[in-house]
Design a binder for this molecule. Structure first.
Ligand code: UN1
Length: 494
């Protein structure tokens, strides 16, 4: 199967000589398809189509634009199982999570469709008599979306659906590891009757397609989710070109377990947020900050439960942890084991690449637990993006907050405590963009802003109403019906 670009409502091969890259099932190493690698010329073609389409799309009333999203959501719902199966095959997450991710996309479709009848601005008094003042959201034009492989559908919907409802057209560069989901979405856009050129998909490398998008004068916004290293380059180049750049990057998320916590609940939350998606969520828990009084007990319970986690092909309903995305990821995760040991941490479980039997051909990593980790160690500061947790002991609430806030990232954090005062202090003092009380670090809901502080982002948010801020421009409109010259700030001494 050859996967080609979706431009102006047509599936089309690259302008230059056609290059393809294999798409590999991370659970088996088997080839699933070949995806086209495009060039700057393909970006040009897509932008030209998107620019033309956007002119008329912007004039379509927002509730009508939303009706396409309702239809997209309906088709996704009808096809939920098939989409989830495809997702698990190319990305590796277990099927239950695949279904959950598709559901996240469906929810986003209906939620953003509702925005077609809101897209609220403000009406406000004028400082002058017989004058009316309001602000409205206006579409920006052609926007660029760059999405990662770990949430091939959900993250794409967080970005493309608000872009659509707000009256923009877009060029979407999905990760080359997960192009099959992008093709599914392209087909759904087409079937839902979305006008040609509003949604365009261009496959290829970040260095070629991504760079061409960032440099393109007609792309006004880049919404990027990926590594901090790449995000920084996107921001630098985008800044030079005066683009609006929305970045969603790494995390080093922690679960804090205080001495008064419901330990069983904390164990469940840690396992789910650390080992779900094989630890490959930006929101994954990779640090457990635990009070010294309950450390031994928590550790013991975690180790027992970790031993019972089944690892394998995510299509098998009994499997709890799937493979990691590719060989490179496997090597990166594994390299942190040596780093942790050298730094003096105690490796209590895992720390190995799984081979033999049903693991052959796939990229499987054993759920790993480091204890006696100091907050200054690299394993406690750097994003590993795999099934590895580090246990850090603290002796007070204040110390827990300090350790949580000491990393360069600021995506998600969590605290388990039965003390309501502490819980409220924590939501005030934890410096991340997402905070959970008595729940793990994953599972953000689509109608709230998603994003982080410090090295995780640059002030923008995905999903929620906040996403509309990325894809709209504010217009302030004044209507003077006094019939005379009125001078603001001069004729209005109050
Ligand atoms: C991500 O890891 O990039 O909150 C997104 C969650 C999911 C989305 C994660 N709803 O874990």
């Amino acid at each position: 199967m050859k996967l080609t670009n979706f431009v102006n409502g047509q599936w089309q091969e690259a302008a230059e000589e056609t290059r393809f890259t294999p798409v590999i099932n991370p659970a088996s190493g088997k080839e699933l398809a070949h995806v086209q690698m495009s060039s700057a010329e393909d970006v040009d073609r897509a932008v030209a189509a998107a620019k033309t389409a956007q002119k008329s799309w912007a004039k379509v009333p927002a509730p009508k634009r939303a009706s396409y999203l309702y239809e997209i959501g309906r088709i996704m719902k009808e096809r939920k199982e098939q989409l989830a199966q495809t997702l698990t095959k190319e990305m590796g997450k277990v099927i239950e999570e695949g279904r959950g991710e598709v559901q996240e996309g469906i929810d986003m479709a209906f939620y953003m469709a509702g925005e077609g009848r809101r897209l609220f601005g403000e009406t406000t008094p004028s400082e002058l008599a017989d004058k009316f003042a309001m602000s409205v959201r206006a579409p920006i034009g052609v926007v660029g979306l760059i999405t990662p492989w770990n949430f091939p559908v959900a993250i794409a919907t967080w970005k493309s659906f608000p872009a659509i409802v707000a009256g923009n057209s877009f060029i979407w560069k999905p990760a080359t590891e997960t192009p099959m989901m992008a093709c599914e979405m392209g087909r759904i856009f087409k079937e839902a009757g979305l006008p040609d050129g509003v949604a365009n998909i261009v496959f290829g490398a970040g260095s070629e397609v991504g760079t061409a998008m960032i440099e393109h004068p007609d792309i006004k916004v880049i919404s990027f989710t990926g590594s901090t290293e790449t995000g920084r380059k996107v921001a630098e180049a985008g800044g030079r070109n005066l683009k609006k750049i929305s970045l969603e990057m790494g995390g080093k998320n922690a679960v804090i377990v205080m001495e008064d916590a419901d330990l069983e609940l904390a164990v469940e939350g840690i396992l789910w947020s650390a080992f779900g998606t094989a630890g490959q969520r930006c929101t994954a828990c990779s640090r457990v900050i635990v009070h010294k009084d309950v450390k031994e007990e928590l550790q013991k319970r975690l180790l027992t439960k970790m031993g019972g986690l089944t690892i394998g092909d995510g299509l098998d309903e009994s499997v709890k942890i799937g493979p990691v995305i590719n060989q490179k990821a496997l090597e990166k995760i594994h390299s942190y084991i040596e780093i942790g040991k050298q730094e003096g941490a105690s490796l209590l479980a895992g720390g190995e690449i799984l081979r033999g039997g049903h693991y052959d051909g796939g990229n499987y990593y054993a759920p790993t637990l480091f204890s006696d980790v100091d907050a200054s160690m690299r394993i406690a500061r750097e994003e590993i993006f795999g099934p590895v947790i580090s246990i850090i002991e603290i002796d007070s609430f204040e110390a827990a907050i300090e350790v949580n806030n000491s990393v360069i990232y600021g995506l998600s954090s969590s605290i388990y405590t039965r003390d309501v005062n502490r819980a409220f202090k924590a939501q005030r003092d934890l410096d991340t963009g997402i905070i959970y009380i008595n729940a793990g670090t994953t599972g953000a809901e689509i109608h709230l802003p998603f994003g982080g502080t410090k090295g995780t982002g640059n002030g923008h948010r995905d999903s929620g109403v906040a996403a509309l801020d990325v894809f709209t421009e504010w217009k302030s409109v004044y209507v003077d019906f006094s019939g005379k010259l009125q001078r603001a700030q001069i004729d209005n001494e109050i």
